[in-house]
Design a protein around this ligand. Structure first.
Ligand SMILES: [Mn+2]
Length: 223
């Protein structure tokens, strides 16, 4: 479905922003030759070659995506968060996990795996071992998520919106798609939460210069 999206709807856009967790797991850019990964990368490349500017931000599952992936796919890596200042409107983009401060276990894990030292040691391990570790992480996170998905910490979110000049905030990660209204320092700020993707349905946000719209993404790009 994502391949159909890249070949279809995306071609009518100037730019595509992917806010992380594109992959269930990413064990390192030396895994670009895996057939599944190669298909995704060449589909991104085709859209990029067709003139769509594609930017990618790391999620909590694919944070090991690096410059080799970016070069192969023809995309640009973004820092999290990213201030997207368009002529008509200002947005701030994030994956969303960095504000889930109430999930202490996850925040400790995040700090550990995002450190350059941990990543260097991880990438030095053989691929087979990294695959097993990635599977273990997914299993553990599924078990923890079964209880309840973490949500953004309200006070930290207000601070974040203040720090980003009350720009419209777009993020995913929480599995709670919605559009929220925040009043921060008396200013109305919108927060758009992206939906998670499944085999048979996905969702993107489209900005036409005036309005932001949720668009359904369906298999084979059916209308
Ligand atoms: Mn996530």
């Amino acid at each position: 479905m994502f391949l159909g999206f890249l070949a279809g709807r995306v071609r009518r856009a100037d730019a595509l922003y992917i806010l992380g967790d594109l992959f269930e797991a990413w064990i390192g850019d030396d895994d670009l030759d895996d057939p599944y990964n190669a298909r995704i990368v060449s589909a991104l490349r085709a859209a990029a070659d067709a003139g769509v500017r594609i930017a990618f931000m790391h999620g909590n599952r694919d944070f090991l995506i690096g410059e080799r992936f970016a070069a192969a796919a023809g995309i640009r890596l973004l820092a999290d968060p990213h201030d997207l200042l368009l002529p008509e409107w200002s947005f701030v983009l994030a994956h969303g996990d960095a504000l889930c401060l109430d999930d202490n276990g996850y925040m400790a894990f995040r700090a550990r795996v995002r450190s350059p030292e941990w990543q260097r040691r991880m990438l030095a391990r053989p691929r087979w071992l990294r695959r097993i570790i990635a599977r273990y992480f997914r299993w553990r996170s599924r078990n923890m998520a079964r209880a309840v998905y973490a949500d953004l910490n309200p006070a930290a979110t207000d601070d974040f919106l203040r720090d980003h000049a009350y720009a419209t905030f777009i993020h995913g990660h929480t599995h709670r798609p919605a559009t929220h209204d925040h009043i921060v320092d008396g200013i109305h700020v919108e927060r758009w939460v992206l939906a998670d993707w499944h085999e048979d349905r996905g969702e993107c946000l489209a900005w036409d210069g005036e309005t932001l719209t949720r668009e359904a993404v369906l298999p084979e790009n059916r209308p």
